[in-house]
Design a protein around this ligand. Sequence first.
Ligand code: ZN
Ligand code: ZN
Length: 394
Amino acid sequence: MSVERNPEAFENAPINWVPAIVLLSTPLLALVLVPWYLWSHGANPATWTAFAIFMAWTGLSITAGYHRLWSHKAYDAHPVVKYVLLFGATLAVQSSVFDWCSGHRSHHRHVDDEYDDPYSSRRGFWFSHMQWMLRKFPSGQYDYKNIPDLKKDKLLTFQHNHYGLCVVASNAIALTIVGFITGDMLGAFIIVGLLRLVLTHHFTFFINSLCHMFGSRPYTDENTARDNPILAIFTWGEGYHNYHHYFQYDYRNGVKWWQYDPTKWFILGLSKIGLAKDLKRVDGLTIKHAEVIMQFKRAQARIDGGEMSLDERLAAFKERISAEYEAFSQTVEEWHTLKAKSVELKRTEFANRLHEADERLKEQFSLVEAKIREHSERIELAYAHLKGKAATAK
Ligand SMILES: [Zn+2]
Ligand SMILES: [Zn+2]
């Protein structure tokens, strides 16, 4: 979808009444009702347990369901998992699966574009956080041409066609059941319903607003998306948004072992018990390549920025970086040749020799991988060296 680049159409966009009322009234209601409930009824452990379960269920339904499964096809899930995720995502009240995924695919395709990205961060924090839903902006009117795969699914189509009914019925039924189990109907609706809804809303919205403003950019600086470990805590791992924008089909967002990405663990866990398959992963070498390119870019920017005195050592450093860059380009070329070779081999080798050939290639790949690691280490060393020199020069 491409939107007419007309500023007036944005300025005069009419109010989107239903989302506007829901999104503005629920936080206000929560601000009044939650303290009142706590003051008058105290804290019921059963209610808070249900709250935690619903936070996890509805949160993961958005991240592992609406986002990684349906928007990006990063893996395939067992039908039972799909039902549970679709139910949870409906409880989360974040628009129908068609609207969410169509908008999200546009966001990736046109990221940061003021007219075509539905929640473009170029229009500021407030717009990308929630204003984009409060009015009928041209960029938010989807024609669903980018979700042909989802439109084939009867269950998803049903949810989209009867969305209002699905939201009200699912929440009413689920919360009434919780109320009966906990014996605290008021707590079920105020804490498990309202408070959970508002928190899940804004945690998701943070990804579009804060994750495009604050954090690092280890993989690409071609868009505003950032890696932010603090936001990852609130967003079930979606805080590693720079990685995600560069490698959107990977089922992981936090790709390092130490990064907090419970959505990734959840999907991996499902695959271990046969409830998910075809988990898509970007190979380590491609990831490292993106990281090293960014390292070079940062080193160059530092030198060009002139924040240190321009002495001979700096000139030497510059030379070092250019040499390293050249060497690195060669390694990358080697890697591309290897890749092409491996495709060629798979086409021509006989099945019984394929294994043997594969082993050889694997060896060569690991050699190239080691080389790239070396480049990266040398750059880091050069950096540390320069930093040390700059400190002693001061
Ligand atoms: Zn984004
Ligand atoms: Zn995405």
